[in-house]
Write a protein that binds this ligand. Structure first.
Ligand code: CA2
Length: 148
C-alpha cells in the first residue's frame, strides 16, 4: 500500500497558536506541519498537509487520497460533530484513517462528545495537544507496515 499520507485540518485550525492557547497550545499550524514532515521522513512516509475552512475542500482532498494515499490523518475541527458528508467521503477511502483532536473533546461541552468521523476512524487521538499528529503518523506507519 502507498506510504503517502494526507494530513487534513478543518475549520479555524489556521488560527492555531494565535488564539486560545489555554485550549490549543502555542504551536502554530506551520509548526505542526514542520513536526509532521520531520516525523514522516523518519517513518518513511510521504506527506501532503492541508487546511481548509470549507467542507467541500476537505472532501475533495479525501477523494484525491482515494487514488494515491495509504492513510489519512484528519482533524476535522467542528465538522467532526456535524458532517455526515465527511464521514461518507472517508467511508469511500480504503486506507488507514486516524482522527486527531488537539484538545480532550470528552472533557469539554457535550456537543463535542459526538463524532461522525469516529464511525470510520481506525483510531482516535484526543487531548495529546499537537503531539497527537505525530503520534497518529506513527500509528499509520505501523498499520501500513502490517499490511505489507
Ligand atoms: O481539539 C480539537 O482539535 C478540535 O478538533 C478543534 C476544533 C473543535 O471544534 C473541536 O471540537 C475539537 C476547533 C478548532 C479551532 O481551532 C482554533 C485554534 C486556535 C484558536 C481558535 C480556534
Amino acid at each position: 500500500m502507498s506510504r503517502l499520507v494526507y494530513v487534513l485540518n478543518g475549520p479555524n485550525l489556521n488560527l492555531l497558536g494565535k488564539r486560545q492557547p489555554e485550549i490549543y497550545g502555542r504551536e502554530t499550524l506551520a509548526d505542526v506541519e514542520a513536526d509532521c514532515l520531520k516525523a514522516a521522513a523518519a517513518l518513511g512516509l510521504q506527506l501532503r498537509f492541508h487546511q481548509s475552512n470549507r467542507e467541500y475542500e476537505l472532501i475533495d482532498w479525501i477523494h484525491e487520497a482515494r487514488e494515491t494515499a495509504g492513510g489519512i490523518v484528519i482533524n476535522p475541527g467542528a465538522f467532526t460533530h456535524t458532517s455526515i458528508a465527511i464521514l461518507d467521503a472517508l467511508n469511500a477511502f480504503d486506507g488507514v484513517v486516524i482522527e486527531v483532536h488537539i484538545s480532550n473533546v470528552h472533557k469539554r461541552e457535550e456537543f463535542r462528545h459526538k463524532s461522525y468521523v469516529s464511525l470510520r476512524a481506525d483510531g482516535v487521538m484526543a487531548g495529546f495537544g499537537t503531539q497527537g499528529y505525530t503520534l497518529a503518523l506513527q500509528r499509520v506507519a505501523r498499520l501500513l507496515d502490517q499490511k505489507t
